[in-house]
Design a protein around this ligand. Structure first.
Ligand code: PGA
Length: 255
């Protein structure tokens, strides 16, 4: 695992966007795995800036999002499809038909999850997967206790996650109880992972994921099994790590 500790959220976001942009420039048909939540918003803003000012071209890019609430229509402002359109897709030249988010309204959810996995394979697999991390160590909606071999499926959200996300809804009762999420096994199959974490509230989860044992009780710790993970944090999220971690990725040092 490569851990990079940046001074602040802006620097963290800029580095993640540069890494994604490098990939898109070298492979115009890149398959990006994307995440929602407050953490990646700065990365998306920077990618939008690169598109508008530097001509970063998303015409051939394909995306797969990690997760989606069950039961919210795509027009609901808290659905993850709405979030992605609003925070990224509407502001770059990506083809909407190339963007995939799990179908939270699917009549046959199991079949729809199987189809989602099939589509990822059909597109050649995910080149880089962007991840946030929950305060409890979850990735996607793979909550503590999720099988480390899990694939895309429906999960029941924990009380903690529903409380965390209730800030986006009128009340906790309106937060969906279920979500479709890529599994930990799905995430481990991606070619490269970039996990972002900022703020002190993520410090325990980052410490457990990077320096703790591999355990289903901290789903992000499963990333220790992945051969190409870059974890980028701000100072606060790194505050409980005991190792010394650099502020720049190896590739920059090696240049
Ligand atoms: P956040 O959520 O980016 O809003 O902190 C991350 C997560 O829960 O995975």
């Amino acid at each position: 695992m490569e851990v990079i500790v940046k001074e602040n959220y802006e620097q963290m976001s800029r580095l993640a966007a540069e890494m994604i942009a490098d990939l898109v420039r070298s492979k115009p048909r890149s398959v990006l795995g994307l995440a929602t939540g407050s953490t990646p918003v700065g990365t998306y803003k920077e990618l939008i800036r690169m598109h508008k000012e530097d001509g970063l071209d998303f015409d051939q890019v394909v995306t797969f999002n990690l997760d989606e609430y069950v039961g919210l229509p795509t027009t609901h402002t808290e659905s993850y499809r709405y979030f992605m359109n609003d925070n990224l897709f509407n502001h770059i030249n990506i083809r909407k038909e190339n963007t995939h988010v799990p179908d939270g309204l699917a009549k046959d959810v199991t079949a729809s999850c199987t189809e989602y996995e099939r589509m990822m394979v059909e597109h050649g697999g995910i080149d880089v997967q962007l991840l946030g991390i929950g305060g409890n160590g979850h990735i996607g909606f793979d909550e503590p206790g999720s099988s480390l071999a899990s694939r895309t499926r429906v999960k029941t959200l924990t009380k903690e996650t529903r409380e965390d996300n209730s800030r986006f809804f009128a009340s906790i009762d309106e937060v969906p109880k279920y979500a479709i999420t890529m599994g930990i096994g799905t995430i481990l199959d991606t070619r490269r992972v970039i996990l972002l974490a900022n703020k002190e509230s993520k410090a325990d989860a980052i410490s457990a994921a990077v320096e703790g044992p591999i355990t289903a009780m901290c789903p992000a710790s499963a990333l220790q099994l992945h051969p190409a993970v870059t974890i980028i944090t701000d100072k606060a999220a790194a505050s409980k790590l005991t190792g010394n971690y650099p502020a720049e990725p190896h590739r920059l040092i090696l240049k």
